[in-house]
Design a protein around this ligand. Structure first.
Ligand code: ZDP
Length: 283
């Protein structure tokens, strides 16, 4: 199985071209190849696939290291778009991608023939409790809702970017025990699809500092959908302007929740690292 290793802000992925490789059990392959010591090592497996949706150009599937299939991945879709363009699979600079979160549209920002960054139309956020989903409430917005975790009470804001996110504002994100609280919230019974968890320190009206515990993946250096959800949560709480810079362990993303059309735009880099070939019957 031929693959390409890519990353967006250190959130790393293995891309496999599904036009050439036929993966019978992508869930199992994801578990194998994402393993840091026994495989290639990555935060996810991404498949490039044809689409049957007339409004779309390609289809993206993504698998977490635990084999589960999330609806969307913000960092991966930037790498996905760059991969398509640089391999000549498309000449379009604005590519319509079918995902389980609907059609997402990455737009390449090209300088001197190189893809310098990708701006992604991530679509509108899901705010209703049923869209996230979160139980025990039936609300249009889940803002400053109380969640009890291991006897401790947290004020949460929950947002869907196709996938579920639970955002918690903290005073000091560097000292917060992400690895301890993250998994307890990921598996909290009020999130029936589990959830990604973002811990956010508001630096000022234009900047957020973020740490993430990802569903099915654990701590990662960056999470694109999480940065979008966190910006939306900060705006819902009147903490920031509608356009913010989100600082993650792996670098920065620019997120804008546009007032005129309710859509979220994410801009950030995408890098290709190496190509490889898995040995024998792996894959
Ligand atoms: O929703 C999930 O299960 C996530 N682990 C999917 C991956 C999301 C992601 N890393 C992104 O960039 O949006 C991080």
């Amino acid at each position: 199985m031929e693959f390409t290793k890519v990353h967006g802000l250190g959130n790393d992925f293995i891309i496999v071209n599904g036009f050439e490789e036929d993966l019978k059990q992508p869930n199992r392959v994801a578990q194998e190849v994402c393993a840091r010591n026994f495989g290639v090592g990555a935060d996810g497996l991404v498949l490039v696939l044809p689409t049957e949706v007339v409004e779309a150009d390609f289809r993206m599937r993504i698998f977490n290291p635990d084999g589960s299939e999330p609806e969307m991945c913000g960092n991966a879709i930037r790498c996905f778009a760059k991969y398509l363009y640089e391999r000549g699979l498309t000449e379009k600079k604005s590519i319509k991608v079918e995902t389980l979160a609907g059609i997402i549209v990455p737009e390449l920002i090209i300088e001197d023939g190189r893809v310098e960054a990708v701006k992604v139309d991530m679509g509108p956020p899901g705010l209703k409790s049923s869209e996230i989903p979160i139980t025990e409430v039936d609300k249009e917005q889940v803002v400053q809702e109380s969640l009890t975790v291991n006897g401790e009470e947290y004020e949460i804001t929950a947002v869907s970017m196709g996938n579920p996110h639970c955002v918690i504002f903290v005073d000091d994100v560097d000292s917060f025990p992400v690895a301890e609280v993250g998994p307890q919230i990921e598996e909290h019974p009020r999130f029936p699809e589990k959830t990604n968890v973002e811990f956010i320190e508001v630096l000022n009206e234009q900047e957020l500092e973020m740490r993430v515990w990802e569903r099915g993946a654990g701590i990662t250096l960056a999470c694109g959908t999480g940065a979008c959800a966190s910006a939306v949560a900060a705006i819902l709480n009147d903490l920031t302007a509608r356009k913010v810079e989100v600082h993650l362990l792996g670098g920065d993303l620019t997120i804008e929740w546009a007032e005129e059309n309710n859509r979220v735009y994410m801009t950030g880099p995408a890098e290709e690292v190496f190509k490889g070939q898995m040995t024998e019957d792996r894959g």
